[in-house]
Design a protein around this ligand. Structure first.
Ligand SMILES: [Fe+2]
Ligand SMILES: [Fe+2]
Length: 156
C-alpha cells in the first residue's frame, strides 16, 4: 500500500467519527479536493506530489476533530506531527516539511517556502473551484489570480 493510501485510511477513519453527516461529507470532499489540487501544483512546480498530498490530507484535521477553527493551523501542525510519527510513514525531514506546510496554511497573505505555498494554493484552489459560481473571497483573490495565470485558467 502506498504511503498516501495508508495515511488516507487513517484520516478516513478519523473523519468517519464525525457525527454530523453534512459536515463529514464536506470535510471529506475538502481534504480530497485539496489533496488533488496539491498534487497538481506540486507536479507543476517540481515538488514532491506525494508529500504535498499527504500534507493536504492532514491540513484541516484538527478543526474537524475538535469542531473549532481557533488556531487550527498551528494546532493542526502539532497533531499532524503526532500522527506521522505514530504511523512511521515519513522520515523526520518529510514530517517537518508537512508540519510546516500545515502550520503556515492559514497565512494566505504572506509568502513562505515552496511546499507551504503549494498547500496554501491548493486550499485556495479547492475553495474557489468547488463551486465556480461563488464569489472568490477577498483574502484569496490575489492568490487565485496567480493560480489562474499559472494554470492558464480564465477567471470568469
Ligand atoms: Fe484550514
Ligand atoms: Fe482547508
Amino acid at each position: 500500500m502506498s504511503r498516501l493510501k495508508e495515511l488516507r485510511k487513517y484520516v478516513d477513519a478519523e473523519l468517519n467519527k464525525m457525527e454530523d453527516t453534512d459536515k463529514r461529507t464536506s470535510a471529506i470532499a475538502h481534504l480530497y479536493g485539496v489533496s488533488l489540487a496539491a498534487t497538481m501544483i506540486a507536479k507543476k512546480r517540481g515538488l514532491d506530489p506525494e508529500i504535498a498530498a499527504m500534507a493536504a490530507m492532514l491540513h484541516d484535521l484538527h478543526a474537524y476533530k475538535t469542531g473549532s477553527y481557533d488556531d487550527h493551523a498551528h494546532k493542526g501542525a502539532e497533531l499532524a506531527g503526532e500522527i506521522l510519527r505514530e504511523l512511521k510513514l515519513t522520515d523526520e525531514a518529510e514530517t517537518e516539511m508537512i508540519c510546516s506546510a500545515i502550520y503556515h496554511h492559514d497565512d494566505k497573505l504572506v509568502t513562505d517556502g515552496p511546499l507551504d505555498e503549494a498547500l496554501k494554493d491548493a486550499d485556495v484552489m479547492d475553495h474557489c473551484l468547488k463551486d465556480a459560481s461563488k464569489a472568490v473571497k477577498e483574502k484569496e483573490q490575489a492568490r487565485f489570480d496567480k493560480l489562474c495565470a499559472e494554470f492558464g485558467m480564465i477567471d470568469t
